[in-house]
Design a protein around this ligand. Structure first.
Ligand code: KMH
Ligand code: ZN
Length: 270
């Protein structure tokens, strides 16, 4: 099996500072968080940013300051969110891509997201994909529901793309694909030949999904965006604490941990 790539989804767009007092927001906080995450075993930093009152934003200047802070402090692969927060205007979601992060997320379909709708109609997904390819950004396909794999694979062909395909299964969002025991096996079996994949379980599904991904040759995403509690009733202390737990599980499962440059090789970014 390839060494385990650990992505940290460190901020997200939904969690508040009241719910998670250690949510990193300022460039200094993000840089400190990134250094700790790197030391704990992360190789990808999935980035959402927040404005001065902690509100999610797609403001390019805020993204620029965050990106600069993380890349100056670490060698992590920085992956921008193109999803933002539900309800973000389409053009706002495009704007940070102009900073040319190494990777960005690409969700290939619309999905219920709790009581909200995360809107990704096909023409919009096509435009995102096109822009990412034009800017030399490698997409990570975000899979909230099974049909999104078929769409991603079809778009890859339609765009005549030739990057390595990497898929991230996000399981357990209310309204989307639950973290059923057999979900990972089903999704993995429908990936295009040669694709790599990671998985994250939202909330209480987190440890089960982590364990399954480690055991079956996938990679893992963790972090405040996906997990609020370290154990029942105990709020996670830091993103690094969550990563250390994944790294420990990987050691037990016989997987090495990928440093960022190893992850770049696996993901075809080098
Ligand atoms: N915040 C969600 C609505 C992404 O980063 O691309 C979308 C999301 C996916 O988090
Ligand atoms: Zn995200």
């Amino acid at each position: 099996m390839d060494p385990l790539i650990i992505t940290v989804a460190a901020v997200g767009a939904e969690l508040t500072k009241e719910q998670q007092p250690n949510l990193p927001i300022t460039p200094d906080e993000l840089a400190r968080d990134a250094v700790e995450c790197r030391a704990a075993g992360a190789s990808i930093y999935h980035l959402h940013v927040r404005g001065p009152s902690g509100e999610p934003t797609m403001d390019v200047d805020v993204y620029r300051a965050a990106h600069d802070a993380i890349t100056s402090a670490t060698d992590l692969i920085v992956q921008f969110s193109s999803g933002g927060a539900v309800g973000d205007p389409e053009e706002a979601r495009f704007a940070p891509l102009e900073l040319r992060p190494e990777m960005a997320t690409l969700t290939t379909g619309t999905v219920n997201f709790g009581d909200d709708v995360f809107l990704n109609p096909l023409p919009l997904v096509r435009r995102f994909y096109d822009r990412m390819l034009a800017l030399g950004i490698t997409p990570e396909f975000e899979i909230f529901d099974a049909g999104m794999i078929g769409t991603a694979a079809a778009l890859y062909e339609e765009m005549s793309a030739d990057h390595h395909q990497h898929y991230d299964f996000v399981l357990g969002v209310p309204g989307a694909l639950p973290a059923w025991d057999d979900a990972i096996g089903f999704l993995r079996d429908h990936l295009p030949e040669g694709a790599s994949w990671s998985a994250t379980g939202i909330g209480r599904a987190h440890l089960l999904v982590t364990e399954q991904a480690i055991a079956s040759g996938g990679h893992v995403r963790t972090g405040f965006e996906d997990v609020r509690y370290f154990e029942p009733g105990v709020v996670a202390e830091s993103n690094a604490q969550l990563i250390r737990r994944v790294a420990h599980m990987a050691t037990i499962g016989g997987r090495d941990i990928a440093a960022p440059d190893v992850a770049r090789d696996v993901l075809g970014l080098s």
